[in-house]
Design a protein around this ligand. Structure first.
Ligand code: DGL
Length: 267
């Protein structure tokens, strides 16, 4: 592992770009190699075996690029495949998931009743509720699977009538009644954070994993003496398993001119 090696990040699609964007903002000297598994999107309703298989293939690809860290910028893969990724990384790279830093943040916050929204797989895994129960038994949790949101966002539907209707339909459900915090348990959801905030009109604190995870990563790299401190204007690398226009548009939106997009097929 080497300070100037890249940070590898992966997700099923554009969601992990919300994490990548925050990493680039907070640690501008870091080079990012991003893999969006658009061919297998969405991960939210696939079997655990499939998610582990995809995650291992991508991790092997990122390790071949000598990444010093592999960030699973996907809650679904973090919930179902973190141990498999960690085992592959061993002493070659640091494995990071997007769930543990959010649990830690939420348990230290003033939350008394926290809602969690995510894909079917993330919510069914019960990972948020069970870890919160262990760390902070008095904190009430309320979970709701919101499976339409990932395809909606991937198709570019946000800040419009359709997304507003779908979102309100989910957020007004009894499952989320009387919460004071809401965890965006899917890395796609920061793209609709503003709409969620508009829905709650300041009554609910939104927990955005992209910001929390990037701070956690900075601390981890600093503690292990792997933070790149040589000033450089990095060109990031983006790979997708299947080229989509919406991925390119989102990568451009988050990273401006500095994108270098390739279609990379893994076995
Ligand atoms: N961004 C992924 C997550 O955080 C989306 C999963 C999907 O592809 O359904 O779970």
């Amino acid at each position: 592992m080497n300070k100037t090696s890249a940070i590898g990040i992966f997700d099923s699609g554009i969601g992990g770009l919300t994490v990548g964007h925050q990493i680039a903002k907070l640690m501008p000297n870091e080079r990012i190699i991003y893999f969006g598994d658009t061919k297998h999107l969405p991960y939210g309703d696939k079997s655990q075996d499939a998610i582990i298989h995809f995650s291992k293939n991508i991790t092997n690809f990122l390790l071949k690029q000598n990444c010093k860290m592999v960030v699973i910028a996907c809650n679904t893969a973090s919930a179902l495949a973190f141990n498999a990724v960690k085992d592959l990384c061993k002493d070659k790279a640091i494995a990071v998931n997007v769930i543990d830093p959010v649990i830690d943040f939420t348990c230290k916050s003033a939350a008394r009743s926290v809602g969690i929204i995510g894909t079917k797989n993330t919510i069914l895994s019960d990972v948020y509720a069970s870890k919160i129960k262990t760390h902070h038994p008095e904190l009430e949790t309320k979970s709701l699977a919101t499976p339409l949101l990932v395809p909606m966002i991937e198709e570019g539907f946000y800040q419009n009538k359709i997304s507003n209707t779908i979102l309100s339909n989910y957020l007004e459900k009894d499952e989320l009644l009387n919460i004071d915090h809401l965890i965006l348990g899917c890395t796609h959801y920061p793209l609709i954070e503003e709409e969620i905030k508009q829905y709650y009109k300041g009554t609910v604190e939104i927990v955005n994993s992209a910001r929390i995870v990037s701070k956690h990563i900075k601390k981890k790299l600093t503690d292990t003496n792997l933070l790149n401190d040589s000033e450089s204007n990095q060109t990031h690398e983006f790979h997708v398993s299947d080229y989509t226009d919406s991925f390119e548009q989102s990568a451009l939106y988050f990273f401006g001119e500095r994108i270098n997009l390739k279609e990379t097929r893994l076995k």
